[in-house]
Design a protein around this ligand. Structure first.
Ligand SMILES: Cc1cc2nc3c(=O)[nH]c(=O)nc-3n(C[C@H](O)[C@H](O)[C@H](O)COP(=O)(O)OP(=O)(O)OC[C@H]3O[C@@H](n4cnc5c(N)ncnc54)[C@H](O)[C@@H]3O)c2cc1C
Ligand SMILES: *[C@@H]1O[C@H](CO)[C@@H](O)[C@H](O)[C@H]1NC(C)=O
Ligand SMILES: *[C@@H]1O[C@H](CO)[C@@H](O)[C@H](O)[C@H]1NC(C)=O
Ligand SMILES: *[C@@H]1O[C@H](CO)[C@@H](O)[C@H](O)[C@H]1NC(C)=O
Ligand SMILES: *[C@@H]1O[C@H](CO)[C@@H](O)[C@H](O)[C@H]1NC(C)=O
Ligand SMILES: *[C@@H]1O[C@H](CO)[C@@H](O)[C@H](O)[C@H]1NC(C)=O
Ligand SMILES: *[C@@H]1O[C@H](CO)[C@@H](O)[C@H](O)[C@H]1NC(C)=O
Length: 574
């Protein structure tokens, strides 16, 4: 398979249709035709590229907009000083003003390098939470998961259920490898508040609710990403006729783009063709944008921008959904927090040197120490959004330091963060094109906290965190809440605090939803094939019809595995 890891931006070309092309051809081999052309090397694309190229007779081109992950320290060390730097490794997106956030726009990170968002330095860790199906069936995939020891080699008995996990898959998963001063207090909380927050030995058992130890995609001490897991091992047919009446999309054009976004390109343009299929895996933002630019989407929107509609489908870009997050910050009575690292460049450099020399120390972990999942007992706002009584409405994440994208890091002090994030929001937003320039970011409107129900869920989550902070288990440790949380003493102030400080946990999905075959809505069939189009499939977060009430990374890897199996089956590939 061929891998292009220099900046490209893809556009689909309908067969027999001339379009504007942007390209940088010289680095790719002369061949302009492959069995499969995959756009986007994130969670979905890396799995597909790996699995489809298992057959030596099958040619695959994987196009990625960002650079290689190799040697990118930010993508390798699980915990680095917080703050997602806007670099060539990120798309630097900004949302439209969010009414649920009192009109604020927020920064909207998306990975732009091999591995996509699985490679980016993240504020939250990489989890393998997999329960996402309607009937509670765990979507654990033994081809995906490889459980490995923790960095410090500690005994993990009682911290997970080994019988539920595979040790032979591709993505390495481990429990934390560096202890936190409050670990025993978290466990104590599960006893003291056992009704709200029971201890959960393993959230991937199909029973998600409660607090437990996080399982993260960390290969003992380094981030395990789609790129390290599915592309790292050396990467090394017949044409399906277009069905009559269906437009066929089997070509992709690409070029060198200005970095990160907003420019134009004068570079040479390349068109590559797929003998079998083009597979979009550019993520919930990128895939919908490419479809719209290629004339697949709501006709009114496309016409207004001078884009010729090939397929009028109002579902493209509709229903963008994400998980809103809020960082609840507390002063603590400890000197052993990661604030010592984030506030002190000298110590950070020392810890990086330790990681570099020994693969030990505080940087082996993400900032996440523990996590928990819970439901609200009832809600006054209408139908429940969860899949059933064992599915959470929200989650909490304990971090041993000051972790926020909306409140600036103080210059001194020691903190704990208990993040609250909604996992079953009702609000749905949209993705639309701003211009017909493929280098311009689209209008990204996840409609965060866009319903009273969502706000109610977030208020309930914060109240639960306030209850935890007041529990005996935290006496002598938590000193007091930080500024705006401290001020959130009335319902109005609590609402103001949430609207002023909430952000995203980076899980956009649902912009090219799958729906049953023959349904009047939706973008793909259940196998990812784009409805009413020939030669085009989508395998990434955009095809989820509903946002999972869990962290999505493992779900997208699973989609990749399933998608690859379906493609192989269709074309008789081994
Ligand atoms: C900062 C951050 C933290 C996260 N933390 C967690 C977590 O702790 N746990 C968890 O489960 N999930 C987490 N996620 C979410 C998870 O990473 C995503 O849900 C998952 O990676 C989505 O997979 P995907 O294949 O849909 O898209 P991505 O992994 O985003 O991959 C899309 C790829 O396509 C490329 N691309 C886009 N447009 C084009 C184009 N026009 N041409 C060429 N290439 C293009 C992108 O550069 C990218 O490499 C996090 C995400 C971010 C951004
Ligand atoms: C990121 O986007 C912001 C606002 O859209 C812009 O001001 C800034 O220059 C961009 N950063 C980079 C590195 O392009
Ligand atoms: C529920 O999961 C089981 C186990 O995978 C599966 O056999 C069954 O078809 C699923 N039921 C529904 C309604 O999806
Ligand atoms: C949005 O999703 C819902 C199902 O969750 C669906 O009924 C509706 O048709 C979708 N909207 C569009 C425009 O596709
Ligand atoms: C933290 O360090 C300061 C300064 O050295 C010291 O006064 C304080 O007692 C320490 N606190 C704890 C909880 O160890
Ligand atoms: C920063 O870290 C260095 C190295 O550990 C240490 O010597 C120094 O005292 C720290 N500075 C502060 C202000 O804590
Ligand atoms: C990491 O270790 C290598 C040698 O193993 C050394 O060359 C390099 O300078 C180190 N980098 C840092 C940041 O310590």
């Amino acid at each position: 398979m061929h891998l292009s890891s220099y900046p490209v931006l893809g556009l689909l070309l309908p067969i027999a249709c001339v379009a504007t092309l942007y390209e940088r051809a010289e680095q790719l081999p002369a061949s302009t035709s492959y069995d499969f052309v995959i756009v986007g090397a994130g969670a979905g694309g890396t799995v597909l590229a790996n699995r489809l190229s298992e057959d030596p007779g099958t040619t695959v081109l994987l196009l990625e907009a960002g650079p290689s992950n190799l040697g990118v320290t930010d993508a390798i060390i699980p915990m680095l000083p917080q703050g997602l730097a806007v670099t060539t490794y990120d798309w630097n997106y900004t949302t439209t003003p969010q009414p649920g956030f009192a009109g604020r726009s927020i920064n909207y990170p998306r990975g732009r390098l091999l591995g996509g968002s699985t490679s980016t330095k993240s504020q939250t860790p990489w989890l393998t939470l997999v329960q996402a199906t309607k009937n509670g069936t765990a979507m654990q995939d033994s081809r995906n998961e490889k459980f490995v020891p923790s960095a410090d080699g500690h005994k993990t008995t009682g911290q997970y259920d080994p019988s539920l996990h595979s040790t032979t898959g591709m993505v390495s998963i481990s429990l934390p490898g560096y202890p936190h001063p409050f670990d025993s207090r978290v466990i104590e909380t599960t006893k003291e508040l056992s009704k709200d927050w029971p201890f959960n030995l393993d959230m991937n058992s199909g029973h998600m609710l409660g607090i437990g130890w996080p399982q993260q995609s960390i290969d003992t001490s380094s981030r395990s990403s789609g790129a390290t897991a599915y592309l790292a091992p050396p990467i090394h047919g017949e044409e399906e006729p277009a069905r009559p009446g269906k437009p066929a999309f089997r070509s992709v054009e690409y070029t060198t783009a200005d970095i990160p976004t907003g420019g134009t390109s004068t570079g040479p343009r390349t068109v590559v063709s797929a003998k079998k299929e083009v597979i979009l895996a550019a993520g919930a933002i990128g895939t919908a944008q490419i479809l719209l630019l290629s004339g697949i989407g709501p006709q009114k929107q496309l016409s207004a921008l001078g884009i010729k509609t090939i397929l009028n489908n109002p579902s493209v870009g509709a229903n963008l959904t994400d998980h809103p997050l809020l960082s609840n910050l507390f002063y603590v009575n400890s000197n052993d927090t990661f604030d010592s690292i984030t506030m002190n460049g000298t110590l950070a450099a020392e810890d990086i040197a330790i990681w570099n020399a020994t693969h030990q120390g505080p940087l082996v972990d993400s900032p996440l120490a523990h996590l928990g999942w819970a439901r609200v007992p009832s809600n006054p706002y209408g139908p429940d959004t969860t899949a059933g009584p064992t599915t959470p409405h929200y989650e909490i994440l304990f971090a041993n330091g000051f972790l926020s994208t909306t409140t600036p890091l103080p210059s001194s002090g020691h903190f704990m963060t208990i993040v609250t994030a909604l996992t079953a929001p009702a609000a749905r937003g949209s993705l639309t094109l701003k211009t017909s320039n493929p280098f311009e970011q689209p209008n990204i409107n996840p409609n965060m906290l866009g319903t009273d129900y969502d706000l109610f869920l977030m208020e309930s989550a914060v109240k639960s965190v306030q209850k935890i902070a007041a529990a005996n288990a935290w006496k002598g440790y938590i000193i007091k809440p930080f500024e705006d949380l401290a001020a959130a003493t009335t319902p109005a102030k609590l609402k103001a605090y949430i609207q002023a400080k909430a952000a995203t946990i980076f899980h956009p999905a649902c912009t090219a939803a799958m729906s049953p075959k023959g349904a009047s809505w939706g973008v793909t069939d259940p196998d990812g094939i784009v409805k009413h189009i020939s030669g085009l499939r989508i395998i990434d977060a955009s095809i989820l019809p509903v946002i999972p009430s869990a962290h999505p990374q493992a779900v997208i890897y699973f989609l990749g595995e399933r998608g690859a199996a379906l493609v192989k089956q269709k074309y008789g590939i081994n």
